[in-house]
Design a protein around this ligand. Sequence first.
Ligand code: FAD
Ligand code: A2P
Length: 273
Amino acid sequence: NVTTENAPAAPAKVTMPDAQTVTSVRHWTDSLFSFRVSRPQTLRFRSGEFVMIGLPGDNGKPLLRAYSIASPNWDEELEFYSIKVPDGPLTSRLQHIKPGDQIILRPKPVGTLVLDALLPGKRLWFLATGTGLAPFASLMRDPETYERYEQVVMMHTCRTAAELEYGRKLVESLESDPLIGEFVAGRLLYYPTTTREDSPFMGRITDNLTSGKALADLDLPPIDPANDRAMVCGSLAFNQDVKEVLEGFGLREGANSEPREYVVEKAFVGDGV
Ligand code: FAD
Ligand code: A2P
């Protein structure tokens, strides 16, 4: 038919190696969004690991950054939780993605925030600031977390309450989740705090652990290397300060090759680091 013949050819979709298709995007604040993409059929990962994702750069080379996978390993799609850095080479563009767009995803997951890097114990603490929540969004949805530990405590701290919303909505949805709800029920304790805006619970994670306030609020016994395990994900300064606190309780840093009582990963590489 004439209309079709005269219509301009649709621009050919550029085929990128390791391309995945965006399926949904949600903006939480001016500086935070989450999105889901198709999952390469062959991609296997351990909850808590990260991959390199990105977009084609101006010079034709891919512009890639490390991102924690926020979805659990049983999910048929992959979810990511992202900052928007105003002048950030990747996120100044990535924040504009829409369903149907393509991103690059290198299917080589790695990382230290994995259950295998910790010794067995009773209670597992997830300690995160900002987008450092992302690996725990995966681990909180993994049945294996609850098979290995009787109790899981998610401490998440941001400057404002709006920055806690992605994590709060996720935690609130878990108990009624048809797949993971029965594992989570009554065993996931959530302790969100803000530091620069009033909210029911306030203060830095380091302060709330050393003062005992978090333990008192959650009705938990003192942190003890015989029972407690921890995973830490935030800025370099946060990670260093939390490490000191945990070492003070007698916990030792572990790794994939040598499981111990806690593990740490940077949520991002800061300026000058
Ligand atoms: P960049 O040039 O990479 O960063 C510019 C500056 O922005 C940095 O110097 C830093 O000061 C600040 N910044 C960067 N990322 C963040 C952040 N997440 N929170 C606060 N400030 C930040 N980012 C995510 O949003 N979600 C993730 O799940 C995630 N996982 C990561 C896992 C690892 C192991 C590492 C090392 C980094 C991770 N990052 C994550 C950071 C990510 O790799 C990029 O730095 C981020 O996407 C910004 O990219 P950009 O090119 O826009 O700016
Ligand atoms: P604060 O507001 O007291 O600095 P940022 O947005 O700067 O990355 O910080 C995210 C959250 O992490 C904020 O609530 C911040 O608290 C807290 N935070 C930043 N640095 C540290 C640290 N070294 N130890 C504990 N908490 C920290």
